[in-house]
Write a protein that binds this ligand. Structure first.
Ligand code: ADP
Ligand code: MG
Length: 583
């Protein structure tokens, strides 16, 4: 978007975070405008245009703002800045880098202060991977620089259409991100100077790649209930609805540490003001199980507390997905975790109310569904022009009031995602963590187990639950011994396989090999029809089995006695079972 002269406007209405401006000249939807308030220039975005009036959502507190204040339209769409140096950063919703100092006491930036998201002083060691005369498309590599454990590809900007010929290319050396590292020319004669920094409008998907691929490869999270029963795929989408306190944030933290991806991007819209600050203080201390170095090296965090203006929540979600798409262009696998998307939806509701739009269900705007759908649609595995594959996987938490999944945000999300990890209050209260409900949840993606194995496990869980419900009515004595053993089997699966101790050194992340081995042992028990004279003996046997498996899951796994136990169990399970006498 280019205009010869800046469009100006004057504030003619203020309604909370929404400001209406009388404009002279052309403006565009999603264009950035600055509203003058005293010495400050408050950043805002055009969200509605009606003749010579534009409605702006202001990303700052609008206190003191008066009719008659000046507005300057930037001619730029709300954009993210892309380039080396994003990894390890903690940003607010407007991509302001938050410093150590501002994080310590939860104090963020002062109103109207905007910082460069990228360090313009830092030198990066650029190595060209192309030559003069070569023709490039947007998204193709000119060269790269080392960034942490990756090579950060410097690409032809996504905004350039068609093919461009390299007419000048920097030699291998150290450069700052705003130095020209190449000049390219279009066949129509236009020239462009290329730096290591580029901009991209956050509300549009980056599409400089070959084709979209079906998400079919399991994204291993190290969490057994997910990888075996409710898998996520690289390039897929999933949602985690759950009532307050059910374990959504903890689950996302565990996932961010252990998921088999290159880069994790966290968009945190805090439920409580303190929560985000906690995350920010803890995260930099975490060690990456893959590298043994700090996890922040391959993480980007974008935060908003509930104290920040609602408009910033929306921009944080879009900035996060834009950064994810950018790194996907380098052939990397990115996991984007948004916590909680309900906060973002509430911001939409508030804004829509102020714009006096016709409300939909529960006063959310009628376009809630399409906005949520278009956000999750930005996930995906793609094949790049050079044949490499990159992926963006999106997982979002939803925090419906009272844990009622029938509400609009959960329902709109469930329509578009490929997996549903519903957290249950009962399971959380029983401290059955992770508290994902194994019966209500579902996934369309491939498991690390064979399909019949996962189906068999699900069948036992369903039947076990039916018997448990029955026992609530008729008591333990009221059910037959065979049913009781079925119930014990379901409980065993739950206790030793679905539940997982996030605080045990070994159990906190289970490799696919260990998950498969553990399940194959468990399966032998599940397939057996135990001939037990009475329930007490059955219970004792299952308690014993449970202990062996819990040892296997946890730190006891490394003890020598444990190997003997497993060997004995394996031997016992290998001996053929005597036929049932009453059959
Ligand atoms: P939510 O984000 O759904 O509101 P949290 O993730 O903050 O809930 O979890 C609330 C509390 O529940 C945590 O502080 C922790 O004590 C407990 N908790 C949640 N998940 C686990 C887990 N996997 N293992 C152990 N404790 C957990
Ligand atoms: Mg939470």
């Amino acid at each position: 978007m280019k205009r010869s002269s800046a469009t100006e406007g004057v504030v003619c209405g203020v309604n909370g975070g929404v400001v209406t401006a009388q404009i002279r000249g052309a403006v565009a939807l999603n264009e950035v405008a600055y509203v003058t308030e005293g010495q400050a220039q408050l950043k805002s975005e055009v969200i509605r245009i009606d003749g010579d009036r534009a409605d702006l959502q202001v990303f700052e507190n609008t206190r003191g703002l008066k009719i008659g204040n000046r507005v300057t339209f930037s001619g730029q769409l709300l954009s993210a800045q892309l380039g080396p140096g994003l990894l390890g950063k903690i940003y607010d919703g407007l991509q302001n880098p938050l410093t150590e100092l501002s994080l310590k006491d939860g104090r963020f930036l002062v109103r109207g202060q905007y910082l460069d998201p990228l360090d313009s002083q830092k030198h990066w060691h650029f190595s060209p991977t192309t030559q003069l005369g070569q023709q490039l498309r947007a998204g193709e590599s000119l060269g790269d620089v080392p960034e942490g454990i990756f090579r950060h590809t410097i690409m032809l900007p996504f905004t350039l259409e068609d093919r461009w010929e390299i007419t000048q290319l920097a030699k291998e050396d150290n450069y700052q991100i705003d130095d020209t590292i190449a000049t390219v020319q279009h066949s129509d004669g236009r020239q462009r100077q290329i730096t290591m920094r580029q901009h991209w409008p956050v509300k549009r998907a980056i599409q400089s790649y070959g084709e979209r691929l079906k998400p079919t490869e399991t994204l291993v999270t190290g969490i057994r209930i997910i990888d075996t029963l409710l898998p996520v795929a690289r390039g897929g989408t999933y949602c985690i609805p759950g009532p307050f306190g059910a374990g959504k944030t903890v689950l996302q933290q565990i996932t961010s540490r252990n998921a088999d991806v290159d880069i994790v991007i966290i968009a945190a819209c805090g439920e409580r003001a303190g929560e985000v600050v906690e995350t920010l203080q803890e995260f930099p201390k975490l060690i990456d199980p893959r590298t043994g170095r700090t996890l922040m090296e391959r993480t980007i965090i974008i935060v908003n507390t509930s104290a920040m203006p609602v408009a910033a929540r929306e921009s944080s979600v879009y900035t996060a997905v834009t950064l994810a798409e950018y790194y996907r262009q380098m052939g990397l696998n990115i996991l984007l975790l948004a916590d909680s998307t309900s906060r973002w939806a509430q911001a939409m509701r508030e804004l829509s109310g102020r714009l006096e739009e016709i409300p939909g269900e529960e006063a959310f705007p009628a376009y809630l569904e399409s906005v949520i759908a278009s956000f999750y649609e930005r996930a995906g595995a793609v094949s790049l022009y050079n044949g490499e594959v990159g992926s963006v996987t999106i997982g979002g938490t939803v925090s419906p009031a009272g844990g009622n999944f029938e509400e609009p945000v959960t329902q709109a999300t469930l329509k578009v995602v490929g997996a549903f990890h519903g957290l249950s209050r009962e399971r959380a209260e029983a401290r059955r963590y992770p508290s994902i409900d194994p019966l209500e949840s579902w996934s369309k993606y491939p498991s690390i187990l064979q399909p019949e194995q996962a189906a068999g496990m699900r069948r036992i869980l369903f039947r076990g639950d039916e018997i448990a419900q029955m026992m609530k009515v008729v008591g333990e004595e009221g059910v037959a011994i065979d049913d009781y053993i079925y119930f014990l089997k379901a409980e065993l699966i739950d206790a030793v396989f679905l539940q997982q101790n996030a605080f045990d050194e070994v159990d906190k992340s289970s490799s696919p090999e260990r998950q498969k081995h553990s399940f194959s042992l468990l399966q032998k028990i599940l397939e057996r029809s135990f001939e037990m004279p009475e329930k007490r003996a059955a219970r004792q046997l299952f308690n014993h089995l449970r202990q062996i498996f819990l040892d296997y899951n946890g730190t006891a796994w490394r003890s020598p006695q444990f190997d003997k136990q497993i060997a004995a169990l394996q031997e016992a399970l290998a001996t053929p079972q005597e036929p049932k006498s009453h059959e």
